[in-house]
Design a protein around this ligand. Structure first.
Ligand code: C5P
Length: 238
């Protein structure tokens, strides 16, 4: 899957279905209607019938991002990716380790599945890396793993808006940058430490914006999603 550009503003919004169960998720999808075409399913929902829901959403014409952050021996990753390809989802995440990324890229070859690499989890700081046995700073590890992802042929990266511009310089124009931590002006930050408005994230080079609570917890989720799409449309083209 290559990175087409430009895209419709509406198709650049990915709503994170961070809800406790499949019923609640279906209610969100129903409420958002045609405003949203792309959904992210992560651990929480996956373990509460979220995987059948992913297939149902694909069958209903939506696009799905499976945020599974895969990491295992190459053979196991490859077999998982082959089954994920059959689900017809659009994106899946893997941790940016060389064996894992190579296995994923090889296993999806010829399909439309996009492999996204997570470089360093955004909850990690330099001290966490030391505790995990690394002797590099977060910024260096993000940059070196991004370059490796590019060289291996990974389709995109998950990154914060503030990482988007430097990462775009490293990976060039051929990879998707998918950015969570989005907060429209005035929205609560929640536990996100580094946030950006939709317009700022787009201007920094993000292709897709992942938005959860600012839509899920809005008084009118559909209006909140519409406002974000409008902000994407009005943002300066990269
Ligand atoms: O509610 P909020 O808009 O903060 O949700 C952001 C979504 O993006 C969540 O599903 C979260 O797990 C995910 N995410 C993130 N930061 C990362 C990677 C994924 O917030 N570095």
């Amino acid at each position: 899957m290559s990175r087409p550009t430009p895209m419709e503003p509406r198709d650049r919004l990915i709503v994170a279905l961070d809800v406790s169960g499949v019923r609640e998720a279906e209610a969100v999808v129903e409420t958002l209607g045609d405003t949203v075409s792309f959904y992210k399913i992560g651990y929480q929902l996956a373990f509460e019938r979220g995987l059948p829901l992913a297939s149902a959403l694909v069958n209903a014409g939506k696009r799905v991002f499976l945020d599974m952050k895969l990491h295992d021996i190459g053979n196991t990753v490859a077999r998982a990716i082959e089954n994920i390809v059959r689900m017809g989802v659009t994106f899946v995440t893997v941790h940016a380790y060389p064996q894992t990324m190579r296995a994923a890229v090889e296993a999806k070859s010829g399909s439309d599945l996009g492999i996204l690499a997570v470089t360093v989890l955004t909850s990690y700081d330099d001290a966490d890396l030391v505790e995990a046995g690394y002797s590099v700073r977060v910024e260096q590890l993000v940059a070196s793993r991004a370059a490796l992802a590019r060289d291996i042929g990974v389709d995109g990266l998950v990154c914060s808006a503030e990482e988007a511009a430097p990462l775009r310089r490293i990976v060039g124009g051929g990879m998707w940058l998918v950015t969570p931590g989005i907060r429209p002006a005035g929205a609560a930050r929640g536990d996100q430490k580094r946030v950006a408005t939709p317009a700022r994230a787009i201007a920094a080079g993000a292709d897709f914006l992942v938005v959860g609570r600012p839509i899920l917890q809005a008084f009118d989720p559909r209006a909140a999603a519409d406002a974000i799409v409008e902000e994407i449309a009005a943002a300066p083209a990269r």
